[in-house]
Design a protein around this ligand. Structure first.
Ligand code: XIL
Length: 394
């Protein structure tokens, strides 16, 4: 039996116990009484392979299928937590600065650019043989106050160009890809094109998206330029409207020759809402995006466990199940080239700011950097996919 076959027996059967999860705490209590199975899964995890083996990592298992795997991290964590930094470089092949390239950090002071944190991250990536992904050039959040106070119809275009040019040029030739525009679509927008209200839209108009992509492309012709958005995985009416509007935006951009190369699907999954994912509709959406000639990246994957049961063993299994079920669907689509989790360890997740706070368990590793069932589920989804991508990252 090959390693692949051996592993293939694991997670699907472990997780199948929970296939009936309907997403409410009460029904989960009825459905999930076999908690002893968790013990078994923990020991299987340890037996799988040792972290000291170079081929035993999320990055390596992904690479075997031609998929690039990595995670987001913060400068403050990577630079101060050497234990975390070592594991990060072992598990990942791409690093995404979680916040250090956002306006809030780079443009903290009026009229200045501050690249000290982002430069450190770029250096860390280079010295650890990781690719670097840029997040994000334009977003409606995370602006320093001075920008909000300064932006107006008379200067918005100049400020956009100056920002995108300066930031992209600084890392030109070193950036695997850039999230050029983030979350520009709002399914509740009253506009026909469903573009979200933002200073860029108000002061420049919908053309700001085309302008941002062209400016980025001229500053770094090698980088893959990504339109990134959230809420695309689920099938509630909101998700449907969002998918339609994003597809429309991408069609428009492609038809006018805008240099957009990929769609980034954030993938912040809600553990208790996985019944809202419709595999057929998701596959159809991915295939529609792909037929526009676009690559697809899963850019911010994690599983919010806020509304899952308190029991840690059960919660970990449901989180793992969500990873497995989502990745099994999206990795069917050959245009999906990249999977990035929004953090690697529960030690440093944006969910520690809300929800279950320090008890949140949305990521592949726990707070002690031990591999959780989620780690195993991700590996298993990489291994069991019949992904027929271009193998560009092998
Ligand atoms: C989040 C970071 O994880 C937090 O640390 C920060 O406080 C706010 O931003 N979608 C995005 C990311 O595109 O930039 C957000 O990151 C998470 C939601």
């Amino acid at each position: 039996m090959t390693r692949r076959q051996t592993l293939g027996l694991g997670i699907a059967s472990l997780l199948s116990t929970f296939a009936g999860y309907s997403g409410t705490e009460n029904s989960s209590a009825k459905n999930f009484t076999e908690l002893s199975e968790y013990e078994q899964s923990s020991s299987e995890l340890t037996d799988l392979c040792s972290i000291s083996e170079p081929t035993c990592s999320l990055g390596s298992y992904a690479k075997e299928q031609g998929i690039l795997y990595g995670a987001a991290a913060k400068h403050n964590t990577l630079s101060s937590d050497s234990e975390f930094a070592t594991i990060f470089s072992q598990e990942c092949r791409v690093l995404v600065p979680e916040n250090d390239l956002k306006w809030e950090v780079v443009r903290r002071e009026p009229g200045q650019f501050n690249f000290s944190k982002a430069d450190w991250m770029a250096e860390f990536a280079q010295s650890n043989n990781l690719q670097l992904r840029g997040h994000t050039l334009l977003w409606h959040h995370y602006f320093p106050q001075w920008v909000e106070q300064t932006l107006g119809a008379d200067n918005a275009e100049d400020m956009l160009i100056e920002h995108v040019q300066t930031v992209v040029k600084r890392y030109a030739g070193r950036m695997h890809s850039w999230d050029v525009v983030n979350e520009a679509v709002d399914h509740e927008s009253s506009r026909q094109d469903r573009l979200r209200t933002s200073p860029w839209l108000s002061f420049i108009g919908p053309e700001y998206i085309d302008l941002a992509f062209w400016t980025a492309h001229e500053a770094d012709p090698e980088a893959i330029l990504v339109y990134n958005d959230n809420g695309l995985w689920w099938d509630a009416p909101e998700g449907e409207a969002k998918k339609a509007a994003v597809l429309q935006l991408l069609e428009t951009l492609r038809s006018q020759g805008t240099p957009v190369h990929a769609l980034g699907i954030q993938g912040h999954l809600l553990g208790h809402e996985m019944h809202q994912m419709n595999p057929e509709k998701l596959r159809k959406f991915l295939s529609d995006v792909s037929s526009l000639g676009l690559e697809i990246m899963i850019t911010e994957l994690d599983v919010n466990d806020h509304n899952l049961p308190d029991d840690v063993g059960l919660r970990d299994r449901l989180v793992a199940e969500a990873y497995y079920n989502f990745l099994s669907v999206v990795l069917d689509e050959p245009a999906v080239t990249t999977v990035v989790t929004w953090g690697l360890s529960d030690r440093d997740t944006w969910y520690s700011g809300w929800g279950r706070k320090e008890n949140a368990r949305p990521l592949p590793l726990d707070r002690d950097l031990n591999r959780k069932l989620a780690w195993r589920a991700i590996v298993e989804s990489f291994i069991s996919t019949s992904h027929q991508g271009d193998n560009i990252y092998s």
